[in-house]
Design a protein around this ligand. Sequence first.
Ligand code: CA
Length: 231
Amino acid sequence: MKEKILIVEDEKDIIKMIEYNLKKEGFKVIDARDGEDALDLALRQYPDLILLDLMLPGIDGLEVCKTLKKDPKTASIPIIMLTAKGQESDKVVGLELGADDYVTKPFSPRELIARIKAVLRRATEKEKLPEVFESGDLRIDFARISVTVKEKAVTITAKEFELLKTLLKAKGRVLSRDYLLDSIWGYDHAMEIQTRTVDVHVRTLRKKLKSAAKMIVTVKNYGYRFEAEEE
Ligand code: CA
């Protein structure tokens, strides 16, 4: 799956330019024109990276950054700030608030893409899964695509394995149904019947996991989270 980038910018021409160049590189692109929209999309779509302009109407970029980094649901999404010359102090504040990098306008598409790739690389390195994951009764071997509970092999479908892996990779973070649907089934716009697909798969997966089922925690009206057992 290609990474999804959220562009937060109120200037149409800049969005168009960035979107064109990112799509050419194979990224999926979504955009928000103001801070409120950005916060909403970040929660519902769970992008892999956010390009955040600091000068926005309404809630400004720094405020958006602060809110995203404070919320455990969105804190780990990397943020690259788009700053203007003369915004040096904002840039520093942004980095202190947890933004990962910044690009100063005007920038070349090449520079922007190089920054995006570097930040994404660092983020995936952090999220790398171990070859084998063990917690409580559960053991997952990612290389062999095998799951065992209390040393008994569990028959698991490809989608169920993908679901388990995606939840595990997020390590305790809540993932929305929309996000799971999009990353595992590849639907862009989740309708009710489709979001139910996630619930159905979680239900069968839990049944199969037996004593380890409690590690998949339901977050009401939102989605799911993987919670490893305390050692
Ligand atoms: Ca702007």
